[in-house]
Design a protein around this ligand. Structure first.
Ligand SMILES: *Cc1c(COP(=O)(O)O)cnc(C)c1O
Length: 517
């Protein structure tokens, strides 16, 4: 037996040697050696050129110091720079730096960044930015992004980057604990709240097995104040033919629970398939919190998927006095959070938390032949299995670094400060003659408008906000609710303090004077 194997081995070896060097082929091979040298020279030449892509330490030091200089100047100036830069050119000189064969000095690029990007439009790093829902951009997140870009961990799949995936899942489990979700709930660090809402909707669609033929019978419940990313997600999820029920609101612009229940009963009676309720924990317009606990009860009673969009409001859970408002959030099927809002991260990090593991996998899990090595020994769920992404930025680093470097205490303080600042503004603006306010803020957004004596109210307030924006020291945005034009003040950025609120009140007074003359 052994003898046979040995003989077979010799035969195979000869066969392979013959195959590589038969006389004829050998002759041809010798002829190509000259050509081969050419190829090798070419490769070496290309290597020399492409090695520019790996700058040495002295080049890196030079660039590092230029970028650090830029970032220090940017941050140190924030106290005096504007929140909004009005500009006719709108940064069009950036076109002078289109891509060419030539290399350009970093200093040129940084100068143009300052001129055409940083000093144009809204400055979302500024404490004076109180438009939309801002966040600010914590410094350690920039370091986290830097580290993640250097080590370039493949954080989409547990097999390829087990430590990175563990870190991200650890952050998810922390957020689950914060929201009262079980630790075995599933979660994903997304690029933002919109993708988080999309994951929730496609997962609910799979959980309720909504097929093409069921779509026009299925019903989704939401309010006019729901964030538009919900409607967008419904469309992307292929559910545009579903029935959208906009539930009437109470005077605080919160979903009316009685109306919600009435609508569900009626839809069921008509043979429709109610399957999804979206509640907002802090609407973008006014920060209103829908009655979460009562909606949770209804969702359970009628067996609907209950989604809480807490993209803006979720992290206020860190403020202990706010805990009471979160009652019922733990009963949700899914929650959207947005660390790039109320955890003050730079843009690019949202979160979805979902209890139903089977459904989220059913919607997103896919196994490719070329990834067969990645399926063994998976102690942790892979981000790629539960989101539309495969290759992704290692987002965990930009979230973990600030939370660990600072600890939670300053986050709790900053969020509580924002709640007080919004109320401070709400009280102070009412002391000024002629101003009306919207509902008392549930969170850190307040709305107001001026009632002029003999001018159209909406058009006057439009002029007022344009004047505030053009001034630029503070940036505010506006909204329309039931046909009424309101100016919004959203106190969210960690750099916003009482100084900015007083400046805002002063600017409003100033602009009012200018407009009245
Ligand atoms: C901001 C916001 C979103 C969308 O999140 P992005 O991070 O901008 O994609 C969704 N819902 C609410 C309530 C929001 O405030």
């Amino acid at each position: 037996m052994n003898g046979t194997c040995w003989a077979l081995g010799i035969w195979v070896r000869n066969l392979s040697l013959n195959w590589i060097h038969p006389d004829k082929k050998r002759e041809n091979y010798m002829k190509t050696i000259g050509f081969n040298d050419l190829i090798i020279n070419k490769i070496k030449e290309l290597e020399k050129l492409s090695r520019i892509l790996e700058p040495g330490q002295s080049q890196r030091d030079k660039w590092d110091s230029e970028v650090l200089n830029y970032s220090n100047t940017f941050i140190n100036k924030l106290d005096t720079t504007k929140a909004y830069y009005y500009s006719e050119e709108k940064g069009e000189d950036i076109y002078n730096l289109d891509i060419t064969e030539q290399a350009t000095e970093l200093s040129t690029l940084l100068e143009s960044t300052t001129e055409n990007i940083d000093e144009v439009g809204i400055n979302p790093a500024s404490g004076g930015h109180m438009g939309y829902i801002p966040g600010g951009g914590l410094y350690p997140s920039a370091l986290g992004d830097y580290i993640a870009a250097i080590n370039n961990r493949y954080a989409g799949v547990f097999f390829t980057a087990p430590g990175a995936v563990r870190l991200e899942n650890m952050l998810i489990r922390w957020m689950c604990r914060l929201m009262g979700f079980p630790e075995n709930a599933i979660g994903n660090l997304t690029s933002g709240g919109s993708i988080a809402n999309l994951i929730a909707i496609v997962t609910a669609r799979e959980a309720y097995n909504i097929k093409a033929l069921d779509i026009d019978k299925s019903v989704i419940y939401l309010s006019e104040q729901a964030h538009h990313s919900i409607q967008k997600a419904i469309r992307i999820a292929g559910l545009s033919e579903a029935n959208l029920r906009y539930i009437p609101l109470d005077e605080g612009l919160r979903i009316s629970v009685n109306e919600l229940e009435k609508a569900i009963i009626e839809d069921k009676e008509n043979g429709l398939i109610p399957f999804f309720i979206n509640a907002s924990f802090g609407t973008t317009n006014t920060g209103a919190i829908d009655p979460i606990e009562a909606i949770a009860t209804i969702a359970k009673k009628y067996k609907l998927w209950f989604h809480v969009d807490a993209a803006y409001g979720g992290f206020f859970k860190l403020v202990s006095e706010m805990s009471i408002h979160f009652k019922g959030v733990e009963k949700a099927d899914s929650i959207t959070l947005d660390p790039h809002k109320t955890l003050f991260l730079p843009f690019g990090t949202g979160t979805i938390l979902i209890k139903n593991k089977e459904a989220i996998l059913k919607a997103h899990h896919y196994l490719a032949d070329y990834m067969q090595d990645t399926t063994d020994a998976n102690e942790e769920i892979s981000p790629a299995d539960i989101s539309p992404e495969l290759t992704k930025h290692f987002r965990g680093m930009r979230l973990w670094l600030p939370l660990k470097l600072f600890g939670l205490k300053p986050f709790r303080a900053a969020l509580e400060e924002k709640l007080h600042l919004a109320r401070y503004f709400y009280d102070e603006i009412q002391k000024m003659k002629g101003f009306k306010v919207g509902p008392e803020p549930d969170l850190s957004v307040a709305i107001f408008r001026y009632i002029p004596e003999n001018e159209d109210v909406n058009s006057f307030n439009k002029k007022l906000i344009q004047a505030i924006q053009k001034d630029g020291r503070i940036f505010l945005s506006s909204t329309t609710i039931n046909g009424i034009f309101w100016i919004r003040v959203a106190v969210v950025i960690f750099r916003t303090h009482i100084k900015q609120m007083d400046l805002l009140l002063k600017i409003i007074k100033e602009k009012l004077g200018e407009l009245s003359n």
